[in-house]
Each structure stands twice: as C-alpha cells, then as structure tokens.
Write a protein that binds this ligand. Structure first.
Ligand code: FA5
Ligand code: MG
Length: 348
C-alpha cells in the first residue's frame, strides 16, 4: 500500500473510531494513541525516505491534514458527548413541584404521661412541690413508717417482689411520705408535696387492675389540717380533671396510716352509674384512697401530732385516664398499640 493510501486509511479509521466513542476518557485515549509521537501517523511517515523527493511535500501536507481531520473529529465528538452528559444530568435532576410531599409521622406523649402532667400542673398551681421517689424501696418506708409493722395483716393486700428481706419493689407511693417528712424543715412553712411514680403488687390483672401501675401521692402537713381541707382539695381535683358533670362520692375506708380513711369513687364512664362489667356492676370506679394522717405516722417522723395535722391521698392515674377518656381496659395503656396511642395526640 502506498504511503498516500496508508495515510488516507488512517484518517478514515481515526474518524470512525472518534464517531463511535461513547466516553470522554475513550476520546482522550484515542487522541494520545493516534496523534501522539508513537502513533501510527508518525510511524507511517518513517516510510517517507522511500518516497521520491518531488512527492514528499504533497505527502507532508496530506499527513498534516490527516492529523487535523482526526483532531477535528475527536473534538466534535467530545462536544457531542459533553452535550449528552449535560442533557442527561438535566433530565435526572428535574424537580417536579407537583409531587406530594413526604410525610413524617410525629409521635405523641403517652396518654398516661399527659394525664399525670395535667394532675401535676393542678397541684403545682396550688403550691405543691413534686418529689419523685424510688421504685426499689426499703420495707421501713413502704410499710413500717406507715404504721404497718412486720406482721400486720394489711401487708397481705400488698404483696410484692422482694429484693432482700428489707428491700422491695414499692407497693404504694405512700412510701415517699416518710422520706419527705424527714427531709422537711417545718420552720420554713407547711409541707405540701405530690409524688408520682410506678408501683408493684401481686394483683391479678383484669380490666381495671394491673400488677404494675402508676400512683400519685399527695401529702400536706400543717397546723389545723382537717377533713374539710382534704375534701375540698380532692373535689377541686376531680372537677379539674373530669369537669362538673361526673359524680364523685366519698366512702369510709381503712388504711393503717390514716384516721379517718376514705376512698373516692367516680361514677362509671361506661354506664353512667347503671352498673356494667367495667365497674363490676356497682356504677362507681374507685380512683383514690385518702385520709387524715395517723398521729403515729407524724410522731415517727418527729412531728408533734398535738401541733401538726396532715392529710394524704394516693390516686391511680390509669383510673383517672380511663374515666376521662372512656378507656375500657387498663391493659391498653401498656401494649403500645399505635392505633390506641395516636387517639390521644395532645388531648391535655
Ligand atoms: C393505696 O395504695 C394507699 N397508699 C392510698 C393512700 C394514700 C391512702 C395516702 C391514704 C393516704 P389503694 O391500694 O386503694 O391505696 O390504691 C390507691 C389507688 O391506686 C386506687 O384507688 C386505684 O386508683 C389505684 N390502684 C390500686 N391497685 C391498682 C391496680 N392493681 N391497678 C391499677 N390501679 C390500682
Ligand atoms: Mg383501694
């Protein structure tokens, strides 16, 4: 093949290769490969020595044109590839403002916590302090300081898990009463505290009972505290939580650490007092126990029961929430079914 033809062939192949290239990298490689010092055109020109002298300028011009044509082909292909890349990017980055926005599920405070916080706010408004206690408690505070000595039959109703003989899972937030009376400085004024938390009992689970549940304790120690203070406070609380319509009754009861003792019932949310499964056909649901603190309990805390008197109450936030929102099974609070929980978004 003549040098002339060889160069024309190189041009044709080079231009075709450039046209077929898909990537910028391939085109760069092609440029180096075809037009570089070790490329086929340079190689072919070594054959110049065999060409008659008068034909050499013509071959030289042809060689330059071949290089230029290949160069041009590569450059125009680079431009095309670049355009395609940009078009592709624009396509991919298209923003469709009509697409629906991604939704984010927002959780809510558990209905029990909302209920407890609502009750806390009521008492904070009356000047009470909030004093959290201990779930693992000493027998001393859970029972003995509440006038329930070691072999007292009242312990039978509140059996629990024992860590040691003297350490147990507390059965009532009343355990906090002794601790708060011990810590209070009466020269600074009366003691007014509430203590919310979890308690444990060997109770059979049913629609209104759980073996682990919440209580919220209240204690006021001052001069001249009477049953009227207790009744007024609890009535105001029930009106705050349930509104004026629900009926409330005070029923005589017994606790070793209060004298006299009462239990407070609220008319059943389900039957309105007629009697049904939830209220065990009584028409009422018990929400709290209370009374005037027994003088022995005050004296055990070094408080002179001739000068000071006190009232205390222990309420069940689960029962309050059930009555307020018509929840008919206490177990719904603990199973964390989202369909249940999301019904109470920000109700308090
Ligand atoms: C007590 O626990 C006393 N410490 C209350 C008290 C405090 C009396 C201060 C006097 C002075 P009782 O066992 O009745 O009392 O429980 C109080 C409340 O806790 C009940 O009215 C009820 O609302 C709730 N409660 C009791 N047992 C359960 C249970 N197993 N599941 C859910 N709530 C319960
Ligand atoms: Mg009771």
């Amino acid at each position: 093949m003549s040098l002339n033809d060889r160069l024309k062939e190189l041009r044709e192949n080079g231009i075709n290769d450039a046209k077929r290239a898909q990537h910028l990298q391939d085109l760069n490689d092609l440029r180096v490969q075809l037009l570089g010092k070790k490329g086929p055109i340079t190689q072919a020109l070594r054959g110049m020595k065999d060409v008659p002298k008068e034909q050499r300028p013509e071959i030289g011009t042809l060689a330059n044109n071949v290089k230029k044509d290949i160069q041009t082909a590569i450059e125009s292909r680079i431009e095309e590839v670049n355009k395609r890349i940009i078009a592709q990017k624009l396509q991919e980055e298209t923003l469709d403002v009509t697409l629906p926005a991604q939704s984010h599920e927002v959780g809510t405070k558990h209905i029990l916590n909302q209920t407890i916080e609502d009750i806390e706010q009521f008492f904070i408004g009356l000047g009470y302090e909030v004093a959290p206690g201990y779930e693992v408690e000493e027998d001393h505070y859970n029972f003995e300081r509440l006038n329930i000595p070691k072999d007292h039959p009242a312990r039978d109703m509140q059996d629990t898990f024992y860590i040691t003989n003297e350490l147990l899972m507390r059965t009532q937030t009343s355990a906090q009463e002794g601790r708060d009376m011990d810590a209070h400085d009466f020269s600074k004024g009366p003691l007014k505290m509430i203590s919310p938390g979890i308690v444990y009992r060997r109770d059979d689970d049913d629609a209104t009972h759980s073996h682990q549940f919440h209580q919220l304790e209240g204690l006021v120690v001052d001069k001249n505290i009477s049953m009227a203070d207790l009744k007024g406070t609890l009535e105001a609380l029930c009106r705050h939580v349930f509104g004026p319509d629900r009926e409330i009754r005070f029923r005589p009861s017994f606790f070793p650490f209060t004298e006299p003792s009462v239990e407070v019932d609220v008319s059943c949310f389900n039957c309105g007092g007629e009697g049904c499964r939830i209220c065990k056909y009584t028409g009422w649901i018990e929400v709290l126990g209370a009374g005037l603190t027994h003088p022995n309990v005050l004296e055990m805390s070094g408080i002179d029961s001739n000068v000071y008197s006190a009232f205390a109450f222990g309420l069940g936030p689960e029962r309050f929430a059930m009555l307020k929102y018509g929840i008919d099974d206490i177990r719904d609070f603990y199973t964390n079914d989202v369909r249940f929980l999301e019904q109470f978004k920000g109700v308090n």
